[in-house]
Design a binder for this molecule. Structure first.
Ligand code: BDP
Length: 707
């Protein structure tokens, strides 16, 4: 074989094998459509880009990488806009001032104004806006859109668009299923891993503008100088991408690393300590974003240790950070083992009376639901109940309760379901999205965060489809009106290919995946019935944990009569925390949507469901339908073999087989256990459990990840 043939062959193979997922949605492979390729080439033949900031340099670099890949030509840049085909310029004279006004600080506009030569103009009010515009332009090319006549005006609906990393300093990741933390604290600040840059590119490309580097179960060490220098190194590298860094603050840090005897927020020494600490942080990182705090929750220290309120704690930090224009994000994820009240109600009970008492630079971060990132959960009753406080949304991108690293579950439908829910707080149509984006109560400070699913696995997220959830989080934080379908399609086109049939198949697979998972894990409103600690797999029988609300039996309440948690007025009355019109949807067992039935009602085994089946039969049906739909996903995936690179095809194929096995495990374990109460057979038309209940109860996973 001639040497050049060998080289070509090697190149060919290295190309095929390079599809390991590392490039995420920024693959920038050559445009296959010849006609489009010609247009793109023509429209990008000369590019003017003005400005010299590091952000502009990043935008240029991205255009270079992107166009080289997509159209095969290294772009020619100039600063002479008049003759360029693509003109990238802050506050472009070609765009009316009123249009620029709509863009705010971070928005962008891409337009083909009608004048000679028909150039494309990308403009914004800031360099960051231009960078977002460039990423969007490259997205148009990657998804093979027409760029003949463009008029795109896009401004983010949320001000803070954050990833929350639950990463520990020893590089383990709480609820992380994609390897270890990407932050290598040991080699920072001297060594800047290329991953940090690629993380920033990907993150900025979907509009995320902040990253909380550390776990909410915080370690005060990150606030010591050697670690702050490491944080600074990351901040310096993220700044050109418009990404600010944030840290989690351990409330007892003044004691642990400051040598004080107390962390009481009303103690002047404690206040001074935080002021000095924040001065130190801002000296190193002038644009540091702020602090995220989990306090008096699941054993974390907090102001209540000193009989102070959450507002006392948050305000003390907020005051210390205010001179630097920083913010405090205070989490509302609180519940107590001592309180006999339904866990569902506790955050509301605790926080609503504090509305109006937080400083103006405090946001309260609320999980999408009142329990904990369940496969399906009604929106948190706090949304709409604290009009004087900006409430930040916390979604979980990492799939702690949703199949972890092994299940293909596309989360945009879950995120959308919550954002589109009507709180009725200010009349019909006051959706959760409107509360969170600040429009309902005119909060300038507003935001949305997602607990990241990123680790040091080669493809970042473990499951190749986990990438879609990272992508969806960013896109929805930018624009919560985008549909789950649109986001899926964008992601598929960029991550796999623009082949129309493939896009259709994959998007069907993704869009139905969440519902399948609900069926085989937690149908009809069941929740929190997973195994202890690691939350991997089913554990509905668990009832012996110290804290009552950590037990699955607390949530499903199965007995000889029926199953489900009565949260109506005759039960815990958690429903009373919702606006009466929102509560009305769930209150009446006759009309309650069945997907929330057992969330709000204790229902008898023989209750007739809408399908005509009894509740027990419906439960059997749903668990089986969930398993069947995973079988269907496998079948559909296998049909795509020729259209997907070998590496990812094989990876997903194996993972779907695992998901299928785990779906059966969920079904069989749950049905066998609930059958001990219903005392009815699993109808013969369904596959019968492969093992006994005792077998499922005996399974142990001492080293399950993320715990
Ligand atoms: C739960 C997780 C736990 C987190 C906690 C939180 O199991 O690991 O620390 O939420 O959000 O979902 O603080």
């Amino acid at each position: 074989m001639r040497i050049f043939q060998l080289l070509t062959l090697l190149l060919f193979f290295s190309d095929v094998q390079a599809e390991d997922g590392y490039r995420l949605w920024l693959r920038y492979d050559r445009i296959s459509d010849k006609k489009l390729l010609a247009t793109y080439l023509q429209k990008t033949a000369s590019i003017s880009i003005t400005g010299h900031s590091t952000v502009i340099q990043v935008a240029r670099k991205e255009l270079e990488i992107g166009l080289k890949g997509l159209v095969g030509v290294k772009p020619k840049f100039s600063t002479q806009s008049a003759s360029a085909n693509l003109q990238i310029e802050k506050v472009s004279r070609l765009i009316p001032a009123a249009d620029l006004l709509q863009l705010g600080e971070e928005g962008f506009l891409i337009r083909t104004p009608h004048y000679s030569g028909n150039p494309i103009v990308i403009t914004a009010n800031s360099d960051r806006g231009l960078l977002y515009g460039v990423f969007h332009f490259l997205r148009l090319l990657q998804t093979q859109q027409s760029i003949a006549q463009l008029n795109i005006v896009s401004a983010p609906k949320m001000k803070l668009r954050l990833l929350n990393h639950w990463d520990n300093l020893d590089r383990t990741v709480e609820r992380g299923y994609a390897g270890f933390s990407i932050w290598n604290w040991h080699t920072l600040p001297d060594y800047i891993d290329q991953r940090y840059i690629d993380y920033a590119r990907a993150t900025a490309s979907i509009g995320i503008n902040g990253t909380v580097l550390t776990n909410v179960n915080a370690n005060a060490t990150v606030l010591t100088l050697p670690y702050l220098q490491k944080v600074k190194a990351l901040a310096d590298n993220f700044r050109p991408y418009g990404i600010k860094v944030y840290l989690t603050a351990r409330f007892s840090a003044p004691k642990e690393i400051g040598g004080l005897k107390t962390a009481d927020p009303l103690d002047s020494q404690v206040q001074d300590w935080w002021k000095k600490k924040l001065n130190e942080i801002y000296t190193l990182i002038p644009d540091f974003g702020g602090l995220l705090v989990k306090a008096n929750s699941e054993g974390q220290p907090g102001p209540q240790d000193y009989k102070r309120s959450h507002a006392d704690g948050a305000n003390m930090l907020a005051e210390a950070i205010a001179p630097h224009k920083g913010i405090v994000i205070w989490r509302a994820f609180v519940y107590s083992a001592e309180l006999p009240d339904d866990r569902h109600k506790q955050a509301f009970t605790e926080f609503v009376p504090l509305d109006g008492t937080f400083r103006s630079n405090v946001l309260v971060q609320v999980k999408n639901g009142a329990i904990d990132f369940m496969p399906r959960e009604p929106f948190h009753p706090l949304f709409g109940a604290m009009p004087k406080t900006p409430l930040m949304m916390e979604f979980q991108v990492t799939q702690e309760y949703l199949g972890q690293g092994t299940h293909l579950v596309y989360l945009a439908p879950l995120f959308k379901e919550c954002l589109d829910s009507d709180t009725y707080a200010k009349g019909k149509g006051t959706t959760v999205a409107k509360i969170v984006d600040g429009t309902a109560d005119q909060h300038e400070l507003n935001g949305l965060a997602g607990v990241a699913n990123i680790g040091n696995d080669i493809n970042w997220t473990g499951h190749p489809f986990g990438q879609a959830n990272w992508y969806a989080l960013g896109r929805l934080a930018w624009d919560h009106q985008l549909s789950a379908e649109t986001i899926a399609e964008e992601w598929i086109r960029q991550s796999f290919s623009n082949d129309a049939a493939l896009v259709k198949e994959l998007s069907q697979l993704m869009l139905s995946s969440r519902e399948s998972m609900v069926n085989y894990m937690n149908p009809i409103g069941l929740h929190h019935i997973m195994a202890t600690g690691h939350h991997y797999g089913p554990g509905p029988w668990v009832g012996n944990l110290n804290r009552p609300e950590w037990n699955p039996t607390y949530y499903h309440r199965a007995d000889s009569v029926g199953i489900g948690f009565n949260r109506t007025a005759t039960g815990s009355n958690a429903l009373s925390q919702y606006h009466p019109q929102a509560a009305a949807v769930w209150k009446d067992p006759v009309n309650c949507p069945e997907e929330y039935f057992l969330w709000f009602h204790h229902v008898s085994w023989n209750h007739k469901m809408k399908s005509g089946k009894t509740l027990w039969e419906e439960l059997c049906y749903r668990y089986n339908a969930g398993v069947d739909s995973v079988a269907m996903m496998r079948k559909n995936w296998n049909k795509l073999e020729k259209k997907i690179d070998e590496q990812r095809f094989d990876q997903v194929k194996q993972l779907l087989a695992l998901q299928h096995r785990e779906a059966k495990w969920w079904r069989d374990a749950c049905l066998l256990y609930f059958q001990t109460f219903s005392r009815q057979p699993i109808p013969a038309q369904y596959e019968q459990p492969a093992h006994t209940l005792d077998y499922y109860k005996s399974l142990r996973f001492p080293y399950a990840p993320g715990n």
